[in-house]
Design a protein around this ligand. Structure first.
Ligand code: ATP
Ligand code: MG
Length: 268
């Protein structure tokens, strides 16, 4: 099983939105996908259902108080499950971060999930505290959303620096890309950031598509669903995540036993 951490130094750049919608895109594409929330605020839970915020989850597993099966929540989408963060009282945030920091507990969880899934996606809180450092240590790959606004570029350099520092200590996630998020094509400052990013980084660290700023994300959050499940037909922006998932599957060399390599006949 491969594992992909979504991380950034800066807050509010779209990590949770990208994690949820990308996980849904991978599952729809046929990869058995588990989405793990490591944010003590329960970002994924808050985005989906209040009931997820009161369930056993990652923190309970890390504390040795829940099994993998206690923490795993199946969804109605075939091959898509969620591990909510679980119960982290404000006073426990620091100890949860400390327990996650060396990555060993998350690595253990990923190993236990390995036979059941093709991919684990890990949403992290902003900044490079213990939780994110642990996730970068435990996961095989990392993606960082870049909010298309002028102060975001610094955050990109910080992620590269962090990965380099962790890499010097031993195993660490390989960066597979920076994904421009909240791009406003009618805004010069936003477009300038996109141009700067395209100039600064090699093509293999970027994606052909960007996530536009679109009110549909707020609508989806309010409804507690990925954008692809907001209505039928799904809003057009859903396809951005299908394209990013397909690009990532190639870069991460993702396999799935459920893939069928070849034509499938339409009629009997
Ligand atoms: N492409 C987008 N267009 C419009 N709104 C967006 C987009 N992406 C995210 N948002 C909105 O911006 C807010 C922040 O997004 P999100 O929670 O995904 O960021 P985050 O990086 O996970 O934040 P945090 O650092 O607090 O974890 C949310 O209200 C979300 O609905
Ligand atoms: Mg978040």
């Amino acid at each position: 099983m491969k594992s992909l951490v979504i991380a950034s130094q800066k807050g509010g750049v779209g990590k949770t939105t990208v994690s949820l919608n990308l996980a849904y895109a991978f599952a729809r594409a046929g990869y058995r996908t588990v989405l793990i929330d490591t944010d003590p605020q329960g970002a994924i839970g808050l985005s989906l259902s209040k009931s997820l915020t009161t369930r056993l989850g990652l923190a309970d597993y890390v504390a040795g108080e829940a099994t993998v099966d206690d923490a795993l929540v199946p969804t109605k989408v075939d091959g898509f499950a969620i591990i909510p963060v679980g119960t982290v009282a404000p006073i426990e945030t620091q100890s949860f971060g400390a327990a996650m920091a060396d990555g060993s507990r998350l690595r253990g969880l990923l190993e236990a999930l390995g036979p059941r899934f093709d991919l684990a996606l890990v949403d992290t809180p902003c900044g490079f505290g213990g939780i994110t450092a642990g996730a970068l240590r435990a996961c095989s790959h990392a993606v960082s959303p870049i909010q298309a606004e002028p102060i975001s570029l610094r955050s990109v350099m910080q992620l590269l620096e962090m990965v380099k520092a962790l890499g010097a200590e031993g195993e660490v996630a390989g960066v597979v890309g920076f994904l421009l998020s909240m791009l406003q094509t009618n805004d010069d400052a936003s477009l300038q950031v996109a141009r700067d990013v395209w100039e600064m980084f090699p093509r293999e660290l970027l994606f052909d598509v960007s996530v536009p700023r679109d009110g549909v994300f707020l609508e989806a959050t309010a409804a507690g669903v990925p954008v692809g499940l907001l209505r039928r037909p799904a809003p057009p922006v859903t396809h951005v995540f299908d394209l990013v998932a397909s690009e990532l599957a190639r870069r991460m060399e993702l396999d799935s036993a459920r893939m069928v390599d070849g034509p499938q006949s339409l009629l009997d």
